[in-house]
Design a protein around this ligand. Structure first.
Ligand code: LRH
Length: 480
């Protein structure tokens, strides 16, 4: 994405997509990996396309990706194997083992992180004793690894570091007590840096590969995609909730300080660190992954479906006939999602969805319900009330999901921008480069002036509202 950003005059904020490449995980000998060299090749192709489109090198480059995963480097800086995918099963049982050492309550009080089986902490305890970890001199989270290859400089960006479960969210620094208790060497991590900090310049071989003319600075951004996406929520004031939708739905509130209560832990809320000293208080919901995996299964079965057609058909399916718990970690691994959804719907007492349109409707109803539950819980646990729900990310294009979320929550939904992560990324770079000034609320004002979100009003139909209330009460999850 090439961003054009300025706060002069009426303000400019534009993204041009110059290159897109697939991200296809690969299973080797039973372990699911990221194809990191192919992804890095895509980054180089993108930089080349960016230079060609703009006719000059960009003023700055910033990298954000998904959270928690990492690559290991040896003493010479060489990569020790392909990074393992967080959806791999290697962390099974690690949460319980860590909990037995430290106690789940102490772990939460120290790190504020929700239990997700794939937190970096559990990946590291699972990898203990492996040849790669034994040989490792450095651990770089995925965006930091890409930045390292681009610049030769190693750092650990704070927003993404906060998803490792090794950061104290009050101090916004490492938690040596957690690392020591679980035998994790914090010396593996490069020094912390924050969004807006300089992260080096493109190396001569990168310039040669991409045809760019240096120097081209690289700037640390909210390198966790969700940190960048939430920075680009076009809200004014603080009475808003957000749902960052894509493969995941990340639903919650932006706060000034973490909530570390035992009640919050039992509701499985996380305190991830955001841009400009903020805290993302949210819950991970399986998100559109549920539908993406269904589409993959139908295609593999030789009956591919068009998403647009499915969504149109799902709009005609009666709502809330069946739903599943869209927070359930059982949906985490890939594979045969239509059957798993139908089984889960049957188990929760509903009519099992059968046709692809019914399954699609079941997924979207279930996501809307999970969005409502997360937003209600976040308000209760933090004491902050909201009057609007912002949906950003790819799901902002999904009209049915946006309307169902408004109906489920009984609140207006403001949908867009879909490319929030890229916008948050370029805004932080632009501010570091002096092209825009101000705090997060100024960046959001520029977003409001330059993007056109779509508004969805909640249904006024009493029966429909009651149906959502009943479904929300029925689907209540036991605390963890
Ligand atoms: C979304 C995301 C999310 C994490 C998950 C691993 O892309 O970064 O915030 O929990 O991926």
């Amino acid at each position: 994405m090439v961003g054009h950003v300025s706060d002069r005059g009426a303000g400019t904020l534009r993204l041009d997509e110059v290159h897109r490449f697939p991200n296809r995980p690969v299973r080797i000998a039973g372990t699911l990996h990221w194809d990191i060299l192919s992804l890095y090749g895509g980054v180089l192709d993108g930089l080349r396309a960016a230079g060609a489109a703009a006719g000059r090198a960009p003023a700055s480059v910033g990298v954000d990706t998904w959270a928690v995963d990492y690559g290991l480097l040896d003493a010479s800086g060489a990569l020790l194997g392909n990074p393992v995918h967080y959806r791999d099963a290697r962390t099974e049982g690690e949460g319980e083992r860590a909990g037995a050492v430290l106690g789940p309550a102490a772990l939460y009080a120290a790190t504020g992180l929700q239990y997700l089986p794939f937190n970096t902490l559990y990946q590291l305890t699972a990898a203990r004793g492996s040849a790669a970890l034994d040989a490792a001199h450095r651990l770089l989270l995925i965006p930091d690894l890409i930045s390292y290859w681009l610049t030769g400089e190693a750092g650990t960006e704070l927003t993404n570091a906060s998803t490792t479960q090794l950061i104290d969210p009050r101090a916004r620094d490492w938690s040596p007590s957690v690392a020591d208790a679980l035998g994790i060497d914090l010396g593996l991590f490069a020094p912390l840096r924050g969004p807006g900090d300089p992260a080096g310049v493109l190396l001569p071989d990168v310039l040669a590969e991409t045809g760019l003319t240096g120097p081209v600075p690289v700037t640390a951004v909210g390198s966790h995609d969700t940190a960048s996406a939430v920075a680009a929520v076009p809200a004014s004031g603080n009475r808003f909730a957000y749902v960052a939708t894509g493969t995941w739905s990340l639903a919650g509130l932006e706060l000034d300080a973490p909530v570390l209560t035992e009640e919050s832990r039992r509701a499985n809320f996380t305190n991830e660190l955001g841009v400009d000293g903020t805290v993302r208080y949210l819950r991970n919901i399986m998100g559109l992954w549920l539908l993406q995996e269904c589409l993959r299964t139908w295609e593999a079965e030789g009956a591919p479906r068009s998403l647009d057609r499915l969504l149109a058909e799902a709009t005609e399916v009666p709502g809330l006939r069946s739903y599943v718990d869209a927070d359930d970690p059982a949906f985490l691994p890939p594979g045969d999602m239509p059957r798993r959804i139908a089984d889960a719907a049957r188990r929760s007492g509903g009519k099992a969805p059968e046709s692809p349109a019914e399954i699609t409707r079941c997924v979207l109803d279930s996501l809307a319900l999970a969005h409502r539950r997360a937003i209600e819980d976040a308000q209760r646990l933090s004491g902050r009330a909201v009057d609007t729900v912002h949906i950003v990310g790819g799901g902002a294009h999904n009209e049915l999901l946006c309307q169902l979320t408004a109906d489920a929550c009984g609140l207006p939904v403001v949908a867009g921008p879909a490319e929030a992560a890229a916008l948050g990324n370029v805004l932080v770079q632009a501010r570091a480069a002096g092209a825009v000034r101000g705090d997060l609320s100024d960046l959001r004002a520029l977003l409001r002036a330059t993007t056109e979100p779509r508004r969805y009003e909640p249904t006024r139909d009493r029966d429909a509202r009651r149906a959502w209330d009943r479904a929300a009460a029925h689907g209540e999850r036991a605390p963890i």
